[in-house]
Design a protein around this ligand. Structure first.
Ligand SMILES: NC(=O)c1ccc[n+]([C@@H]2O[C@H](COP(=O)([O-])OP(=O)(O)OC[C@H]3O[C@@H](n4cnc5c(N)ncnc54)[C@H](OP(=O)(O)O)[C@@H]3O)[C@@H](O)[C@H]2O)c1
Length: 335
């Protein structure tokens, strides 16, 4: 397993991150421990978590696993989604960021996380207040870096400008959704990350399981997030996604790999990428995703995978530029 620098920071992380959203949910404590051990054995030292995963239980399980080797792993957690019925137990206010991180650290049995992500945009808190609260927790040493997930590119760019102007600690990395069937990030978010030197730790490389080979246009597994979880059923509801899942599986068979390996390797090969975050409910599921670390992706195969779904439209609606037809200037324009 190779290591990559996280954006412009000096910290190195394994090129695959393991996500613990399944801990305490579809993976019980024993299965979570075996997933953690298998990831470690494969060379993963980068673990993603959030306060909301299994209402804090994922942090508790991860904390107990990490405790004996805390200094050998890089941990993230997140803040933003509601943690209870209290009206202040949510969002990105100074109050909730400080209280939530303290609770996360207790559950994770540590005095700091390497990265604290804001989990979603909070329209009711000024960005300024959020950035000052994040700056505070970094200065206190409770988080070493800050990151942002699920914000639009303009919101991230606004925040980067404010942090610079006010000499506050700025975002070092982003956590967007990104897979073969969810390529919106290519339009603005990934170019922003490259321009600003932000690390990219993307989530759902298999589209929540859609690209694992068990889904097709007419095929659904008995068990699986997309058939069990309404939010994911809606997120991945389009027929075209299932077409893509089928054609990816055909291509994977031709190449001689598991569809999950090809899907993760494709995400991992994007030039802006630091590390995709893997998800699994069992070690058996995790294996093909881990295999992406050793898979050699050629330019030709990368392009073939990309061609299975339409490229998202450009940010400016100037479709001709995406097709390589450039504006030639006013002198030539009317020729
Ligand atoms: N920032 C955010 O808002 C956000 C959102 C989502 C996730 N995340 C992070 O990203 C991590 C990964 O996300 P994700 O779980 O959505 O990733 P994913 O790789 O897209 O989906 C993982 C799921 O796909 C299925 N799967 C995986 N390998 C399989 C295999 N070999 N065969 C059959 N099914 C397989 C399993 O679900 P089933 O068994 O249920 O089918 C598994 O839980 C999470 O743990 C979390 O840390 C962050």
């Amino acid at each position: 397993m190779e290591h990559r620098l996280l954006g412009l920071t000096g910290i190195r992380v394994s090129e695959l991150c393991f996500g613990t959203m399944s801990f305490g949910d579809v993976a019980d404590e024993r299965t979570s421990a075996s997933l953690y051990r298998r990831a470690r054995e494969a060379g993963v030292d980068f673990f993603d978590c959030a306060n909301v995963y299994s209402a804090g239980r994922a942090e508790e399980i991860l904390g107990s696993l990490v405790e004996p080797e805390r200094d050998r792993v890089v941990l993230t957690t997140k803040v933003g989604f509601p943690m209870g019925s209290d009206p202040n137990d949510r969002g990105l206010s100074r109050r909730h960021i400080v209280a939530s991180l303290e609770a996360s650290l207790r559950r994770l049995r540590t005095d700091r996380v390497e990265i604290l992500f804001v989990h979603a945009f909070d329209p009711s808190t000024p960005i300024d207040e959020t950035l000052r609260a994040l700056d505070l927790v970094v200065r206190q040493g409770k988080a070493l870096y800050i990151g942002v997930s699920n914000w639009a590119a303009w919101q991230i760019a606004t925040a980067l400008g404010i942090s610079r102007r006010e000499a506050l600690v700025g975002f070092s990395c982003i956590q967007p959704m990104y897979s073969l069937v969810k390529r919106q990030a290519e339009v603005e978010i990934l170019p922003l990350a490259r321009a600003e030197g932000l690390g990219v730790v993307s989530y759902s490389p298999l589209g929540g399981g859609l690209l694992s080979g068990k889904y097709g246009v007419e095929r659904r597994p008995e068990r699986g997030r997309l058939v069990e979880n309404q939010m994911y059923a809606v997120r991945y509801g389009e027929r075209a996604y299932y077409d893509a899942a089928e054609t990816l599986a055909v291509l994977a068979r031709e190449v001689g790999v598991h569809p999950a390996t090809l899907a993760v390797a494709w995400v991992k090969s994007h030039p802006a990428m630091t590390a995709p975050i893997l998800g699994a409910r069992s070690v058996e599921q995790l294996e093909p995703s881990l295999a992406a670390a050793d898979f050699t992706m050629t330019d030709e195969l990368y392009a073939r995978v990309a061609s299975l779904v339409p490229t998202p439209p450009p940010a400016t609606d100037r479709t001709e530029e995406q097709k390589g037809v450039a504006y030639k200037g006013s002198a030539e324009k009317y020729k």
